[in-house]
Design a protein around this ligand. Structure first.
Ligand code: ADP
Length: 160
């Protein structure tokens, strides 16, 4: 089974990585797909976001990291995947994800969305929180992998 894990990943966090590492155990191939929707005004370019995920994941033959634009259902068709993986942190994620899953299903009835609960240590973790802390020079230890900490600070001009 090929699964697609889509998101902004602006930047990737340990919460995303937890989902990636768990998802890869239930599929043959996982495609981590960075949405290049510029209207969201990301802090990191699409290429940077891909690069940070690659660095964080390391060499793992079952995981492909790429980008997509346009509709997720069209990207799925291109890759031959029928299954989307999404993480759920709290009730606040639920409403939006519920709507997206039903919309996608109406566009492409063959597509399934599988939800994974956040890891117990990551329910409070979001990319925007990481950016806010880094911009203000706070510590992001434990929130993102050590190997990408420096690049996040350089980009966001934080301290420490
Ligand atoms: P955000 O910008 O809110 O961090 P993304 O668009 O990058 O989120 O998220 C992509 C996917 O990863 C979504 O399914 C989201 O629910 C999930 N996700 C994000 N952070 C976490 C986390 N800490 N734990 C579990 N899932 C997460």
């Amino acid at each position: 089974m090929i699964c697609v894990y889509p998101g902004s990943f602006d930047p990737v966090t340990n919460g995303h990585l937890d989902i990636i590492n768990r998802a890869v155990r239930i599929c043959d191939k996982l495609i981590v797909a960075v949405g290049s929707n510029e209207t969201k005004k990301p802090a990191f370019t699409t290429a940077e976001r891909i690069e940070l995920i690659r660095q964080a994941v390391g060499f793992e033959p079952c995981i492909e990291v790429t980008s997509f634009s346009g509709l997720l259902v069209d990207f799925l068709k291109k890759t031959g995947a029928k299954t989307v993986i999404k993480g759920l942190r709290a009730m606040s994620d639920f409403e939006y994800e519920f709507q997206m899953a039903l919309l996608n299903k109406s566009l492409e009835p063959d597509m399934e969305t599988l939800f994974m609960m956040t890891g117990v240590n990551y329910s409070y973790l979001s990319s925007s929180a990481v950016k806010e802390i880094a911009r203000n020079g706070g510590k992001i230890d434990g929130l993102v992998p050590d190997c990408i900490k420096q690049r996040i600070f350089e980009k966001l001009k934080g301290g420490k």
